[in-house]
Design a protein. Structure first.
Length: 282
């Protein structure tokens, strides 16, 4: 048993070493990704449950590494946060997303919002309002059409500083959304104090609403509570007609997810929004 224990320990150590090495490799490749032009954005539309119109799109970062192949954001975003690279990447994302929206606006898409994910590191670093003000000015987009998404857990872990940062951003006229909502119940009180416009219900909840009565009840409660605070509610990860019907019945304002569309290349997204005809009865 003793020998086995030692072997097991050694096994874990080696596995951890391998993982650490792999993370270091990815982080070092990521450092060159911008210069090598390996990053791009895809855009996922969202739809109003009131009239079926496309109300906005979310910019999602993609990385194809020449050395390592496609690496998903769930892997490289946390690494970029650990290494601080997210500041540089995040600024690139903001610039690219706003530039894309500006081009779409020239093609007549003037009534949709561009949602951009912002890491709490960007938020807490302090110069995000300056960066955003500059990008908004350079691209000429109306600030209210830019919607910044910050995750609930991140904001709550740094509640005081985050709140101050969000106020500074709000003063610029941009919209603010809390992402991945539904995992930290202790935070409902804080929500009232945050200068936000929108709540995005986490896809983990949405995925189960038509099977799990608890998730159904939680989702319904979150929608009611958000509305009582005057917030717009978006459900993410909507994949089925049943989920859509339930959310609509509960008064959820908007949906995003594979039911409507996968994230799309800019050209395809522009075409999608242009040709979309609302099908919901009003
Ligand atoms: P998120 O902000 O919650 O984004 C939604 C994720 O759900 C995206 O994954 C999207 O492709 C996926 N998704 C959309 N519809 C559905 C659906 O119907 N079903 C399922 N199962 N999934 C759906 P993605 O693109 O892999 O991004 C993962 C996460 O990486 C994002 O979660 C976000 O937290 C982060 N991320 C992506 N791009 C950026 C970025 O530019 N900056 C920062 N800071 N984070 C980013
Ligand atoms: Ca998001
Ligand atoms: Ca989310
Ligand atoms: Ca998420």
């Amino acid at each position: 048993a003793k020998a086995l224990g030692r072997n097991t320990f050694q096994f874990y150590t080696e596995a951890m070493d391998a993982e650490a090495r792999q993370r270091a490799t990815i982080a070092s490749s990521l450092r060159k990704a911008l210069e090598r032009d390996e990053l791009r954005l895809v855009f996922q539309p969202r739809m109003s449950l009131v009239d079926g119109r496309i109300t906005g799109v979310e910019a999602l970062l993609r990385w194809h590494s020449a050395e390592l192949g496609d690496i998903p954001p769930s892997v490289f975003i946390p690494l970029a946060e650990e290494s601080g690279q997210i500041l540089r990447l995040g600024e690139w994302v903001l610039r690219e997303a706003c530039g894309t929206l500006a081009r779409w606006r020239q093609h007549g898409l003037t009534d949709i919002a561009m949602a951009v994910n912002v890491s709490v590191l960007q938020l807490l670093r302090g110069n995000l309002p300056e960066v955003i003000a500059e990008i908004v000015e350079d691209t000429g987009i109306p600030p209210a059409r830019l919607e910044l998404e910050v995750t609930e857990s991140m904001v709550m872990a740094n509640a005081e500083q985050s709140t101050a940062a969000l106020h500074a951003l709000r003063a610029l006229g941009v919209s603010l959304a809390i992402d991945d909502f539904g995992t930290g119940y202790s935070s409902l009180i804080y929500l009232k104090r945050l200068p936000i416009d929108t709540l995005k219900i986490d896809k983990e909840f949405v995925g189960d609403i038509t099977h799990d009565p608890d998730d159904e009840a939680i989702t319904a409660t979150v929608i009611t509570m958000a509305h009582s605070l005057g917030l717009n509610v978006i459900a993410e990860g909507v994949e089925t007609e049943e989920q859509l019907a339930y959310l609509r019945e509960q008064g959820c304002d908007e949906i995003q997810g594979f039911w409507l569309s996968q994230p799309l290349e800019p050209q395809r997204c522009l075409a999608f929004v242009h040709t979309w005809r609302p099908t919901l009865a009003t």
